[in-house]
Design a protein around this ligand. Structure first.
Ligand code: BMA
Length: 336
């Protein structure tokens, strides 16, 4: 359904998405980010052999939506599958994993692939994900048609499980956010930015922002959906983790990064925008996880639909409006 929306004050650089998956904020909700009433949009065990689909990426494509989904198989190993949706909410997911070609045999056929991000960069669609190579590192692939996928070189040395590209070159270079980590469940994590002339060789690594400050983001933080370009800076939604006596709890914060030098943080939330409270977020294979991986924006209205993995079991959605997120950030910001 196409919805008439008001025009936002903060300008999102991007396209109009008339068929944006969207639901207005419930009248009794005072939150800046609100959940879709039909959550979770992908249930537990969506097809035989799939334990769950979560932490997945989605993007508008040819008037509908296409997704690169993290599917946890019943050997508990995650692989990337293609998903298609007419409305961005109901998804048909291929039962076979995406076949990629072109990789050096040394890095082809990884045992696991997960937490994809998907962005349009020029005429291509680029997928980044956590890729198995002697431990987790960042894989990259390109496609133009979502039929042929070319796997490129891994971006970084292990261990790193969170690579997120900017959707355009900055200063003539490709930029990627990442969260260097260990090979276990990573009791630490900060966000760095790296640049590349060719999407193959990465360097000039710079610190962007780190864990710390308030308890909800004191253990680790990592980039969520690909940064959203706005007239005020790059809007970055990120996951943020607290370690309590029952384990990690993953919430979502937001930050604004400088347009020309994204290692410079202009604003950063000192309160979360989304934290696990619903049953589908608190009960699952990994309880207490909200893990945002994709954002689809309707540029004229500033409406943003976010996809997040819930409890490492489900896919869920939530919504927000760019002016309100920026107002929230201006009122609730501490740079750490
Ligand atoms: C992170 C990643 C995510 C996962 C989260 C919570 O480090 O592995 O895929 O959602 O932990 O288990």
């Amino acid at each position: 359904m196409t919805v008439e929306r008001e025009t936002s004050k903060v300008r999102i650089v991007g396209e109009a998405v008339g068929n944006l998956p969207w639901e207005d904020r419930p009248a009794d909700c005072g939150d800046v980010v609100w959940r879709y009433s039909g959550n979770p949009i992908i249930p537990r065990r969506p097809f035989a052999g799939a334990q769950g689909v979560y932490n997945s990426a989605a993007i508008p494509f040819e008037g509908a939506f296409i997704g690169v989904m993290r599917v946890e198989h019943t050997d508990s190993m995650p692989r990337l599958h293609l998903g298609r949706s007419r409305d961005g909410i109901h998804w048909d997911i291929e039962h076979e994993k995406i076949r990629m070609t072109g990789a050096d045999p040394e890095i082809a056929n990884p045992a696991y692939t997960y937490d994809p991000r998907l962005c349009k960069l020029g005429e291509e669609y680029l997928i980044t994900w956590c890729n198995d190579y002697h431990g987790p590192t960042i894989g990259i692939a390109r496609t133009k048609d979502f039929v042929h996928f070319e796997q490129m070189e891994n971006a970084f040395l292990p261990f790193n499980r969170n690579g997120v590209l900017f959707p355009r070159k900055i200063g003539g270079k490709y930029l990627m956010l990442s969260r260097p980590s260990d090979n276990g469940h990573t009791p630490f994590g900060d966000i760095y930015v790296s640049e590349s002339p060719d999407l193959v060789h990465w360097g000039r690594h710079r610190f962007v922002m780190g864990r710390g400050g308030q308890w909800w983001q004191s253990t680790k933080i990592g980039a969520g959906p690909n940064p959203i370009e706005t007239s005020e800076g790059w809007l970055l939604f990120y996951h943020a983790v607290i370690n309590n006596c029952n384990g990690f709890v993953y919430s979502m914060g937001a930050a604004l990064l400088d347009l020309e030098n994204p290692s410079k943080v202009l604003l950063r939330s000192n309160r979360y925008l989304l934290a696990p409270v619903m049953d589908y977020e608190t009960i699952g294979f990994v309880p207490n996880v909200c893990f945002p991986c994709a954002a689809i924006c309707d540029a004229p209205s500033g409406c943003i639909a976010l996809y997040y993995g819930a409890a490492d079991t489900y896919t869920a959605m939530c919504f927000c409006q760019v002016d309100e997120v920026l107002d929230f950030l201006k009122e609730n910001s501490t740079i750490v």
